[in-house]
Design a protein around this ligand. Structure first.
Ligand SMILES: *[C@@H]1O[C@H](CO)[C@@H](O)[C@H](O)[C@H]1NC(C)=O
Ligand SMILES: *[C@@H]1O[C@H](CO)[C@@H](O)[C@H](O)[C@H]1NC(C)=O
Ligand SMILES: *[C@@H]1O[C@H](CO)[C@@H](O)[C@H](O)[C@H]1NC(C)=O
Length: 295
């Protein structure tokens, strides 16, 4: 059978169309998680293998830690902004000039604590789809701990330590000068709307050789720590010892009692003297009256 040139061309075209329609690809990205510093701009890498164009495909970026997980969508050659998680609005983009070579990486600007999570890059052509998930960790070192003296508490000195703006959630521990953990339990922890943590903890310390105490706030996953040391003069503790307190209180009470009693005695005496004097005066002026009354 003889094949004409036209028939041959048609066959080739058909074959091309077929392979184009069922083109398979893989979606790839980094296997290690991405550690982002809060406030920075980051790229979440994602690309097609083979490196065919993604310009005609649908590219979805999803944060799997959210129920309505849309972070970004590219479809029909344009960016779809509907149904996007609110706090990603205006912070996500693709490198559109890179789509033709299968680069569908996401750019995320001004990273915040709540951005931490698992991100899925999901790519769909007319006949195929695949996805890849990358983990993002956000780290930020909080403020240097602020230590304040709260005064005498239960026979010791009350101290408070506070540090804010951490991610991930840090640990807080009070230490004496020998490095012994003085904390009685876990710290109080608060999380703000951007996902950053504030920690604080009260502690009651007793007098030691040095009276040096340290508040340490640390996050071992990101290998960061901040600490503040405080030195308490021992007079603070002297005043606080219960026996001394009792003696001082008793002395005060004693002094008050003595002064009170003396005053009372003085007043009574004073009044009595005055009365007697008044009566004498009266008698001198009015002798007749007193003949009956006074004698
Ligand atoms: C696509 O990949 C091939 C081989 O892996 C490489 O030679 C080529 O430069 C790439 N094309 C683009 C547009 O990156
Ligand atoms: C994709 O494009 C961005 C921006 O130019 C670049 O930083 C990144 O390395 C590219 N990724 C790949 C896999 O080519
Ligand atoms: C310190 O001790 C407290 C109470 O036993 C405990 O909850 C905390 O985890 C300890 N902290 C460290 C860093 O060991």
């Amino acid at each position: 059978m003889k094949v004409t040139q036209l028939e041959c061309l048609c066959l080739i075209l058909l074959h091309l169309l077929h392979t184009a329609g069922s083109e398979r690809f893989e979606v790839l990205g980094p296997t290690d998680s991405i550690v982002a510093v809060a406030g920075d701009d980051i790229i979440l890498p994602c690309y097609l293998k083979p490196n065919i164009s993604a310009e005609d495909m649908t590219v979805d970026w999803l944060n799997l830690d959210f129920l309505d997980s849309r972070v970004f969508r590219y479809q029909n050659h344009r960016i779809i902004r509907e149904d996007q998680i609110l706090f990603y609005s205006g912070r996500t983009s693709l490198f559109e000039e890179e789509l033709w070579r299968g680069n569908t990486s996401l750019k995320l600007t001004r990273v915040q604590g709540t951005d931490e999570g698992h991100y899925k890059c999901f790519i769909q052509s007319k006949s195929w789809y695949d996805d890849f998930t990358v983990q993002v960790l956000v780290k930020v070192v909080g403020s240097k701990p602020v230590v304040s003296i709260e005064g005498h508490r239960e026979g010791g000195m009350g101290l408070l330590c506070e540090s804010e703006g951490w991610h991930p959630e840090p640990e807080l521990v009070w230490l004496d000068s020998k490095g012994v953990n003085l904390s009685a339990g876990p710290p109080e922890i608060d999380k703000d709307y951007k996902g950053f943590y504030t920690v604080k903890q009260h502690v009651i310390v007793q007098e030691t050789d040095t009276n040096h105490f340290t508040c340490r706030v640390q996050q071992s996953r990101i290998n960061e720590k901040m600490e503040t040391e405080i030195h308490l003069p021992s007079e603070l503790f002297d005043y606080a010892t219960p026996l001394r307190m009792a003696v001082i209180v008793l002395c005060c009470l004693g002094a008050v009692t003595v002064i009170g009693l003396s005053l009372a005695v003085y007043c009574i005496r004073n009044k009595k003297d005055k009365l007697t004097r008044n009566l004498d005066d009266l008698c001198n002026q009015n002798y007749e009256l007193c003949e009956h009354k006074c004698k």
